[in-house]
Design a protein around this ligand. Structure first.
Ligand code: ZN
Length: 487
């Protein structure tokens, strides 16, 4: 420890350019120390504050937690930036019961941003996976509860398939004048999770619930055997007026390139069936501890560093959207945006989000991670976390590629709690992230240019980002210029 710190100081004395090309052992060692505040910070956030939906007292407590923890970590400055979400939403005491031909309680939760539905009883119609053909085969669904099957979640592709299938099912159910959509949980063993099918903070258009897989399959078997299943549903959800929430931002000032900025972000908000540990408390705590590691190692970066804990990610990446809108004039000077939002799985490398042009500049920065096999570069692009609005403004963004570990089964679920987090792996991920941030801040050249709208669109044939925008029903925002770079 001591040796590496002295070595680092010697490199600084010898000249900043060496600090760029050599791994910054001191920062990585700080992150990996056996006793650091990350564990206690994460415990408080998850166990003592819990799930953090914007507009709730828990989210306000989480913002205060973040401000205090950033200050404790030694940030040069900490502040918050406010934005609004059109509605607040909270689940009431959801009740779902099969009342005929047998009676049993169905374990269920409301889909998020769904209006309240007074107690209602109706027939259940099985629409299979919800394809157009299956809806047609089901016949008249007027006033009915449509039961939608699901595959068991095993891969990231399965998760995106689940998201992308929902809008068509909603449209078909609306067209058929169904009462309610009952989706089947994609997880076994009674795991329930919070799903949202609207990406703009506004209320969804038709009542929807998620049923425990075991109960949904029992209902499907009854229907398949010719029974006329009747189900009662009560969704006393609480919908409130426009809410104010905050991104929390810490800074480490740069030196000779202080006018340029590198950003490290993760969302602080979470759903509240569990306590938002893997998604995304562990990474919020990592962002904060990265500030501590960099300051404790005595590093003064060349470019300025911003550490942003976003709110409103789960309602459609609304915090990062608000940030990009508020900082549009600065975007030319934001040279890299790095985001964590996939739990604590080991890093296998990094995705440039469609930016092949930055591969050559990025590759040497990853050399310190060779022993951890985290150097592979991919050019795929994701839609689903807080790099999105920077990416479609042409700013270079980087996400780690991670092993799924136990992320997917616990995703947005009752089971996403502190005990699921692998703290040893989390510290390795922090060490890599902190080192990468220092290198991005200190590299002699920019990682890459800001792309024009035409250059951004030129990445779509390979990334299929346009298909993802269509899948999430936000393609029109890109087309009409209300979201993303316009020229
Ligand atoms: Zn997340």
């Amino acid at each position: 420890m001591r040796t590496s710190r002295l070595l680092f100081l010697a490199l600084i004395v010898a000249g900043g350019c060496f600090a760029f090309s050599q791994p910054n052992d001191a920062v990585m060692q700080e992150a990996l120390k056996p006793t650091t505040p990350i564990q206690e910070n994460l415990r408080v956030l998850t166990d003592e504050i819990g799930g953090r939906v914007p507009g709730t007292p828990a989210m306000e407590k989480a913002e205060q937690w973040a401000i205090a923890a950033f200050k404790q970590a030694g940030a040069d400055s900490v502040h918050t930036e406010e934005f609004t979400i059109p509605q607040s939403w909270a689940e009431g005491d959801t009740q779902v019961n099969v009342v005929a031909p047998v009676e049993f309680r169905v374990r269920a939760v409301s889909i998020a941003w769904i209006a309240s539905l007074p107690p209602t009883t109706s027939r259940v119609v099985d629409v299979g996976m919800g394809s157009a053909a299956e809806f047609a085969k089901a016949g008249d669904i007027t006033g009915a509860i449509v039961l939608v099957h699901s595959k068991t979640l095993a891969t990231w592709d399965d998760l995106f398939e689940e998201y992308f299938r929902a809008p068509d099912i909603i449209e078909r159910s609306m067209k058929g004048k169904a009462l309610l959509i009952a989706f089947t949980s994609s997880r076994d063993y009674d795991i329930l999770y919070r799903h949202i099918n609207t990406m703009n903070g506004k209320m969804d258009v038709i009542p929807q619930v998620l049923l425990a897989r075991e109960d949904a399959m029992r209902i499907a078997r009854l229907i398949a055997h010719g029974e006329k299943v009747q189900m009662s549903v009560s969704l006393p959800n609480v919908v409130g007026p426009t809410i104010t929430t905050h991104n929390v931002i810490a800074e480490i000032k740069g030196s000779d390139l202080a006018g340029q900025v590198v950003i490290f972000g993760a969302h602080l908000d979470s759903w509240n069936l569990g306590t938002g540990a893997l998604d995304n408390g562990c990474n919020a705590a990592t962002v904060i501890d990265t500030v501590r590691a960099i300051k404790a190692a005595g590093v003064r970066p060349r470019r300025s560093m911003r550490f942003i804990l976003y709110s409103g990610e789960e309602q459609g990446m609304l915090g990062s959207l608000a940030y990009v809108r508020a900082h549009r004039k600065e975007l030319d000077n934001i040279t890299a945006v790095y985001v964590l939002d996939a739990g604590d799985g080991a890093f296998t490398g990094f995705s440039t989000q469609g930016r092949k042009d930055i591969d050559a500049a990025l590759a040497p920065l990853l050399q310190p991670f060779t022993a951890w096999k985290a150097t592979e570069i991919t050019n795929d692009a994701a839609l689903g976390t807080d790099n999105y609005d920077f990416m479609i403004e042409g700013v270079p963004t980087i996400l780690p590629n991670q092993e799924t570990a136990n992320y997917l089964i616990n995703y947005h679920a009752t089971s996403d709690t502190f005990d699921k987090v692998n703290l040893a792996q989390l510290k390795k991920n922090e060490a890599i992230s902190a080192e990468l941030m220092v290198e991005l801040a200190n590299m002699p050249q920019r990682l890459g240019p800001r792309l024009t709208r035409a250059q951004i669109e030129a990445t779509f044939p390979e990334t299929h980002l346009d298909d993802a925008m269509k899948g999430f029903r936000i393609w029109d925002q890109w087309v009409n210029g209300s979201r993303g770079r316009t020229q």
